[in-house]
Design a protein around this ligand. Structure first.
Ligand SMILES: *Cc1c(COP(=O)(O)O)cnc(C)c1O
Length: 374
């Protein structure tokens, strides 16, 4: 089946004995068992598993072409499970421009827990190879990266990692499985903040890990999901399944609108440089072309001027909302350095936009107005 069909039908018949076309929200925290403690779907207690979570996990597994998935209450909870599936003393390689929340998670929690870490330019294969140690167990990839859209060759890093029996986890939040499927490029694990495109309407917090194999590492992640308990509620699982039904068509809209806006910005006199994977001017464009089927809804750009001008521009939009995060049907933008706060290395003249599904002409009018000299 093609991905549009999978998005609509996958998971619907899991733990759904009454064959509801739309499975209900299972609010019960407990499930009746036989005298030996069993039941048909192996459901006992909702932290350990429930129908809505099973439906969601089945759906995510299908979308990423994996063998199994585990859903979490947030993207960073999912990342925590991946790191804790390793052992204290293991070494991990993380991109130097990794999502800021994951950088803090590694530095403030996982290092204290005993992981050794190096933050490296993941786009440079020679640096990746030189950074591998005898105790390196995991390489983390985020491509395109935030906010500079650096592109990592997923297949090349996976080949290198696997030659040394190292696992690869790809944070696929930005592209979504519609634009990029890392497991088919050789990755072992895919991470999602389902808060973003998969949720798509800025009203769900969630995360997930999808695994290429049912093997040891995934079993440990699933065990951590149940033992540490950072699980999504049945209602959130249900709503996320509902949202994912339209994901392929939403992503087409995001891709299309962002391509329009990227070209518009590129030709604007107040814009110095545009970072968008679909533009030939981006240094990683050729790799993006090879491993992505669409270029996504995120654009970063440098304006002519500095902090004051950038903040002024962001303040002048009427349609595009000022907000952080991404992936909603509504367009949002931000002066990224202000959002990242202390320790940010993002240039002061960078604006990041999450392009929504409004009519592109309305978005361009709003941009034109905000970029006009005042
Ligand atoms: C938002 C985000 C996360 C973290 O997800 P939460 O759901 O906020 O915990 C991880 N990676 C990327 C790329 C993100 O954008």
């Amino acid at each position: 089946m093609r991905i549009e069909t999978k998005a609509i039908h996958s998971g619907m018949d899991v733990a759904n004995p009454t064959k509801d076309i739309v499975p209900p929200i299972s609010t019960s925290t407990i499930f009746e068992i036989d005298s030996e403690g069993r039941n048909e779907d192996d459901l006992h207690y909702t932290r350990l598993g429930n129908p809505n979570r099973l439906q969601l996990e089945h759906l995510l597994t299908e979308l990423e072409e994996g063998e199994a998935a585990a859903a979490f209450s947030s993207g960073v909870a999912a990342a925590t499970a991946v790191f804790q599936a390793l052992n204290p003393g293991d070494h991990i390689l993380i991109p130097e421009d990794v999502y800021a929340g994951n950088r803090k998670l590694v530095n403030k929690v996982m290092v204290r827990w005993g992981l050794e870490v190096d933050f490296i330019p993941m786009t440079d294969l020679d640096v990746v190879e030189d950074s591998i140690r005898s105790n390196t167990r995991l390489i983390w990839i985020e491509s395109p990266s935030n906010p500079m859209m650096r592109i990592t060759d997923i297949e090349a890093v996976c080949d290198l990692a696997h030659s040394k029996e190292i696992l690869v986890c790809v944070d696929n939040t930005w592209p979504s499985p519609i634009n990029q499927q890392p497991l088919t490029l050789g990755a072992d694990l895919v991470l999602h903040s389902t808060t973003k495109y998969l949720g798509g309407h800025s009203d769900i917090l969630g995360g997930a890990i999808v695994s290429r194999h049912q093997g040891r590492i995934f079993q440990r992640i699933q065990e951590l999901q149940k033992l540490t308990g950072a699980v999504p509620s049945p209602r959130d699982c249900w709503l996320l399944c509902r949202s994912i039904r339209s994901l392929p068509y939403r992503m087409r809209g995001h891709n299309e609108n962002a391509e329009h806006l990227a070209r518009f910005l590129q030709n604007h006199s107040r814009v110095e440089k545009v970072f968008y994977p679909g533009l030939a001017t981006l240094s990683g464009h050729e790799i993006a072309k090879k491993q992505m089927t669409g270029y996504g809804g995120m654009i970063s750009f440098f304006i002519t001027g500095g902090r004051e001008e950038a903040i002024g521009i962001v303040g002048r939009s009427r349609l595009i909302k000022r907000a952080t995060s991404l992936g909603g049907i509504e367009s949002t933008w931000e002066h990224r350095r202000s959002s990242e706060g202390e320790g940010s290395i993002t240039p002061e003249n960078l604006i990041r936009i999450s392009v929504g599904l409004e009519h592109p002409d309305d978005l361009m009018e709003d941009l034109e107005n905000a970029l006009a000299d005042v």
